[in-house]
Design a protein around this ligand. Structure first.
Ligand code: 7TS
Length: 409
């Protein structure tokens, strides 16, 4: 296979201190990027710099440190705005991550739904894009409909067309499946849902490290992601919502920062985005989220996508040469995630042996149990690649799997 190499990976790897460490006496091969990405020194330095130089609470102090921290936090919001081509910066709510963003919207929709309404989810969601909606349905009596999936791990869009009706108020679907790597046809889903009068929430937790969604072009109502999947820190993420929706939704949590005026008779709420940002936020997290966006933009998501497509193609070809190895998620539109099993061998055992060889993969149901039920398997081994992974690491993975197969057969 001819490898074009859209990126200087050797140089990029120098940015990631963790990639130099050993695990179980072997060089780390980190292939669990769908769980969380590693962090470049630009992001780590940004965190150290914040705590070393200008740690202060934001939006409230007249003093210099507080103003510096506020400026840095709000400038991160602007970076995110530009990156995702969002019309207004107050359409970005900082949250603790994709999970909290989804819960915020699901909680708010309690005010809009009743027993004659339907909401629709896909069969290939992470639990965080299932359970909050089930809780919403319990509260409101609304009915949860499911867009089924096909054997190749793509959505059954014919069934989507059939299930979508004027009763459907909201469709929530992931941009990319964490367990299969499938890139879902969200443009088509958004168009059709809108034509039918339904709003759409897209869970972009797996997408934003691989591609750069243009949220105005998508015309999506809500889009959520977590910074830690895209080289930023844990505990911070984004909810994008169209202004009209965020104005309509009630506040999620009450507290400081989210109010205009408080009296015991009546409290009024702050304008967007503060209405949804109660309490002291993850200040350094927000700032470092901005640094992560800078880092990715500097490399270029087009370059990342091109290189990761090469990794995916090489890994798929090499893995399929192993006897008894089955890949789940074989649609043509997929990103650099490979979920697989070895015939007759439990995924956990494969993962354990790979770890002994310094290779980090995730095993299990990947918080997407309905997918495992669909394939009637307990789980898979998931190797998920990032732009700092190499072809040599794929060779090590293949060798490791072969060793595991010999040891466990
Ligand atoms: N949605 C998708 C598609 C995800 O993959 C994840 C996390 C979440 C939501 C939740 O993100 P959080 O940052 O709020 O936790 N996915 C995974 C995974 O695949 N392995 O570990 C976490």
């Amino acid at each position: 296979m001819k490898i074009k190499m859209a990126l200087n990976v050797t140089q990029i790897r120098e940015d990631f201190p963790i990639l130099k460490r050993q695990v179980n006496g072997k060089p780390l091969v980190y292939l669990d990027n769908a769980a969380t990405s590693q962090k470049p020194k630009q992001v780590i330095d940004c965190i150290v710099d914040y705590y070393s130089r200008y740690n202060a609470n934001i939006h409230r102090g007249v003093h210099t440190l507080s103003q510096e921290a506020t400026d840095a936090y709000e400038s991160a919001r602007k970076k995110i705005q530009k990156h995702f081509n969002i019309e207004k910066s107050h359409e970005i709510i900082f949250t603790s991550g994709a999970t909290q963003s989804i819960n915020l919207v699901a909680n708010g929709f309690s005010s809009f739904l009743n027993g004659s309404d339907e909401v629709m989810v896909s069969a290939m969601e992470h639990h965080s894009n299932i359970v909050p909606w089930q809780m919403l349905c319990e509260r409101t009596g609304a009915i949860l409909k499911v867009i089924p999936m096909k054997e190749d791990g793509t959505l059954d869009m014919k069934a989507f067309d059939e299930k979508l009706s004027e009763k459907t108020k909201l469709v929530f679907v992931n941009h990319i499946s964490n367990a299969l790597g499938t890139i879902n046809p969200i443009e088509e889903i958004i168009d059709k849902a809108h034509n039918s009068g339904a709003a759409v929430l897209v869970d972009g937790a797996q997408a934003c490290s691989h591609l750069k969604p243009d949220l105005q072009a998508l015309d999506v109502d809500f889009y959520v992601t977590s910074a830690h999947k895209l080289c930023g820190p844990t505990g911070v993420g984004m909810l994008y919502g169209k202004e009209e929706w965020l104005e309509k939704l009630p506040p999620y949590q009450g507290g400081g920062e989210m109010i205009a005026e408080v009296t015991f008779e009546k409290t009024t709420y702050a304008d967007l985005p503060h209405k949804f940002e109660a309490g002291t936020p993850n200040i350094v997290g927000g700032i470092a989220f901005g640094a992560a966006i800078d880092y990715l933009d500097n490399i270029g998501l087009d370059n990342i996508a091109e290189y990761e497509a090469e990794l995916l193609e090489y890994a798929t070809t090499e893995l399929l040469k192993i006897d008894g190895l089955k890949i789940y998620g074989t649609g043509s539109d997929k990103t650099s995630v490979i979920s697989f099993n070895l015939e007759g061998i439990h995924p956990y055992d494969v993962g354990t042996i790979l770890d002994k060889l310094g290779i980090a993969v995730r095993t299990g149901h990947h918080c997407a149990q309905p997918i495992m039920d669909f394939y009637k398997i307990p789980g898979t081994v998931r190797a998920s690649f990032a732009f700092y992974n190499t072809m040599e690491e794929i060779d090590l993975l293949v060798e490791g799997i072969k060793k595991a197969q010999v040891m466990l057969s």
